[in-house]
Design a protein. Structure first.
Length: 325
């Protein structure tokens, strides 16, 4: 095999393509085409790394293994991705290279390509499409620049949802705890009230995850804290059920949804009453905000500026108006 591979390497280096065809016409020569070198890399690995599109095309035509792996479990697609060789990437993918192949480190070629050095190359819409990345894929993996470029090319993607579940890009951002991604999607028009087939909005998913920064960001973006899923559960009820006390406090502090009942006609406080050992702690949090539920952050800021000043029994303006009667 070494002799056959060396002969093939000699012919390829000198672009003696007629000789290459003669060599690979034999079973031993064809095996040599996919035989690894001393580093464990095939000819296609090496050529994909250099970005030689013509040679890559020839190797593919001659029968080079698109998914041959090196000692790191990486295919030729990884070699092209590491160098940002997008033309080679497109060629390999078109020929049938497995873009979802996992290396020994459980990375896909896209994970290698989307590092700071090559993100700009891969972020172009045409490149993302070649990878088969959808907006939801890009968001789920935290590829914000790719998501942004996809939306710049086709703004309607912001409304794209999974046909079976109703899952949107905003759900993906909430589900993976990416508040900055949520802000970007919101600025591109993402509907934060969009619900899955289970009735879950992005805020419901954040409540389930218990991720306070994402919850706060969604509330700041005016996500509906009183939205109910198919069982009538609001985000705060889901946070209670999941025993996410920090999420419960973040939602309770917001003040909206504290008296909204589920389909069993239970308020959050009544749900907390059935939590067993956790009951007292959760009830304490809820009661802290029940007497006078604070309004969203924007209104609290307005209060401090003197527009209205909240006091027990209504605003100070209301009381002064009553005293003047």
């Amino acid at each position: 095999m070494t002799v056959a591979r060396d002969a093939l390497a000699w012919a390829l280096q000198r672009e003696a393509f007629d000789l290459v065809k003669v060599l690979i016409a034999t079973p031993e020569g064809l095996d040599a085409l996919n035989a690894p070198d001393h580093r464990g890399r095939t000819f296609l690995h090496s050529v994909a790394h250099t970005g030689d599109v013509d040679m890559v095309q020839r190797l593919i035509t001659w029968g080079a293994d698109l998914n041959a792996v090196d000692p790191n479990g990486e295919t030729p697609l990884f070699a092209a991705a590491r160098q940002g060789e997008t033309k080679v990437i497109r060629l390999l993918l078109k020929a049938g290279a497995d873009r979802r192949h996992l290396s020994n480190e459980e990375q896909m070629a896209a994970d290698v390509a989307l590092d700071p050095a090559t993100a700009r190359l891969m972020a172009a819409t045409s490149e993302a499409t070649e990878w088969g990345l959808t907006l939801i894929d890009a968001v789920s993996n935290g590829y914000r620049e790719v998501a942004r470029h996809l939306l710049e090319h086709d703004p309607a993607l912001i409304f794209q949802h999974h046909p079976a579940t109703g899952y949107t890009a905003a759900h993906a951002a909430a589900d993976t705890c990416l508040p900055d991604m949520l802000t970007m999607l919101y600025e591109c028009g993402a509907p934060l009230e969009a619900a899955t087939t289970q009735g879950h909005t992005p805020l419901h998913l954040s409540a389930i995850r218990g991720d306070v920064p994402t919850i706060r960001r969604l509330l700041y973006l005016e996500a509906d804290a009183a939205a109910r899923d198919v069982e009538g559960r609001t985000p705060i009820i889901l946070a209670l059920v999941q025993d996410n006390w920090q999420a419960v406090e973040a939602l309770a502090r917001h003040g909206v949804g504290l008296t909204v009942t589920d389909l069993r006609d239970r308020t959050p406080l009544q749900v907390a009453a059935g939590l067993g050992p956790r009951r007292e702690a959760m009830e304490t949090i809820l009661r802290r905000y029940l007497p006078e539920a604070p309004q969203p952050a924007r209104l609290e800021e307005a209060d401090r500026e003197g527009h209205t000043e909240r006091v027990s029994g209504g605003t100070r303006q209301d009381q002064e108006a009553g005293q003047g009667l």
